[in-house]
Design a protein around this ligand. Structure first.
Ligand code: G3P
Length: 224
């Protein structure tokens, strides 16, 4: 298996509502198998279990740091794990949480042997949160999210500097990057700059042909 990571965040785009999330996850699983690549999908909370029934690479878009038991309406690590959810994004730009909660969630996920992906907006945050030793730090300049202008082309230095910040923490954390990635060349550029993988939403979810778009991205990983 290729050691890179390709994460597709479905967000709440209308394109993935209802049964369409499972369909997109199926396309991702097919291409992942074909290219021996790890492709993770992040459907909305209420579809996690349904998608995880047929895909082993499902992460939550967000988790709450609430306890097991009487915490109505919160979505928590211990419970999603039992529906085969393997990890989670933490502190996504569109769903930021306080730093003490980030710290608790990274710890909780590690104890549960789930994968943690802490999202950050700049290099200094990358450094701060890399010290918690999450599995991944994902750097996403907020102004490029959904812009179609790739972080790897617009802000290459933010990737190289984040790679350094994460290395400085001297643990097993690895760097992903995201925001505005829409093509195979954007992916190749990110990998060349030292990212271990990517986080993408609109570039896949809004593509006319999901399979073709996922394949274009996958080939960039395979050819690197
Ligand atoms: O989680 C990934 C996301 O924030 C990037 O969004 O639409 O620019 O790929 P997009």
């Amino acid at each position: 298996l290729n050691s890179n990571l390709f994460i597709i965040n479905f967000k709440n785009y209308d394109e993935i509502s209802g049964t369409k999330s499972a369909r997109l996850a199926k396309s991702a699983a097919k291409i992942a198998k074909k290219h021996k690549l790890k492709i993770v999908v992040c459907p909305p909370q209420h579809l996690l279990a349904e998608v995880a029934r047929s895909s082993s690479d499902v992460y939550a878009q967000h988790l709450d740091n609430s306890k097991v038991g009487s915490t109505t309406g919160y979505v928590i690590p211990e419970i999603v794990k039992k529906s085969r959810v393997a990890g989670a994004l933490i502190n996504h730009s569109e769903h930021r949480i306080p730093s003490n909660e980030i710290e608790d969630l990274v710890k909780r996920l590690r104890e549960l042997q789930m994968i943690s992906v802490v999202c950050v907006q700049d290099v200094s945050e990358a450094w701060v949160y890399a010290q918690l030793n999450p599995d991944y730090i994902a750097i996403e300049p907020p102004e490029l999210i959904g812009s179609g202008k790739a972080v790897s082309k617009e802000k290459p230095e933010i990737i190289t500097e984040s790679v350094k910040a994460v290395k400085k923490a001297n643990n097993s954390t690895q760097l992903l990057c995201g925001a505005g990635i829409v093509s195979g060349t954007d992916v190749s550029k990110a990998l060349e700059l030292g990212a271990k993988g990517i986080l993408v939403a609109s570039g896949i979810v809004k593509a006319k042909n999901w399979e073709r778009a996922i394949e274009e991205f996958a080939l960039a990983f395979v050819r690197k």
